[in-house]
Ligand binder design. Structure first.
Ligand SMILES: Nc1nc2c(ncn2[C@@H]2O[C@H](COP(=O)(O)OP(=O)(O)OP(=O)(O)O)[C@@H](O)[C@H]2O)c(=O)[nH]1
Ligand SMILES: [Mg+2]
Length: 187
């Protein structure tokens, strides 16, 4: 049986943890394109991604996931499209402590919605209040776009949490039969 490979994207606003998430799970040394962060008002951290992150992980069933992280800043938006090509899954990471997480989700889900014929979405929310109803505004934001996808709390510094996001996403991809579409039903 030939090894099956799938391309997944991690996206979301600056500082949500895309680079952190890929580092947390990659079984190869993750590739990063970090530069010093000059936008400390938006997000107070040392560095920011300007082109992409890259990592790889093999699932228990043998499927190999190629993980691409986008930059979070809208000025690098041209990379979002380039990185999206051929992706069958999108992980949108949301920082629940930012001023308007629902608006962030609306922006990113809207920008990646064009992939939904051949891809699925999962949303991971960090730093937020994980209490009952805390995710409701995010589900409402998805509803405004006419979209529905799973939204779960996740601390992407924890490998287990990132793996859970990937499992939720990969299950949707399998249920939708996108793994067959991407790789041919005969293979
Ligand atoms: N306290 C807390 N910190 C978190 C959580 N998730 C991520 N972080 C931290 O937030 C920072 C995220 O930084 P990056 O991984 O560079 O974020 P990014 O999304 O790649 O950002 P850009 O590339 O600049 O768009 C890291 O320092 C993480 O350790 C969380 O749930 N709680
Ligand atoms: Mg990054």
């Amino acid at each position: 049986m030939s090894a099956r490979e799938f391309k997944l994207i991690f996206t979301g606003p600056m500082g949500a943890g895309k680079t952190t998430a890929i580092r947390a799970v990659s079984e190869i040394e993750a590739v990063a394109t970090e530069v010093a962060n000059t936008d400390r008002d938006t997000c107070d951290k040392e560095s920011t991604t300007v082109a992409l992150d890259y990592g790889e992980i093999t699932l228990t069933g043998g499927s190999r996931l190629r993980l691409y992280g986008t930059p979070g800043q809208v000025r690098f938006e041209y990379m979002w499209k380039i990185l999206s090509r051929g992706a069958v899954g999108v992980v949108i990471l949301i920082d629940g402590s930012r001023p308007d997480p629902a608006a962030d989700l609306e922006l990113f889900a809207g920008r990646f919605a064009h992939l939904l014929g051949e891809a699925r979405i999962v949303v991971g929310v960090g730093r937020g209040d994980s209490g009952n109803g805390a995710l409701a505004p995010l589900y409402e934001a998805a509803g405004r776009l006419g979209l529905s996808f799973p939204i779960v709390s996740a601390d992407v510094r924890r490998r287990e949490d990132v793996l859970t996001l990937l499992e939720i996403l990969f299950t949707q991809i399998e249920v939708a039969g996108l793994d067959e579409v991407a790789h041919g039903s005969g293979g």
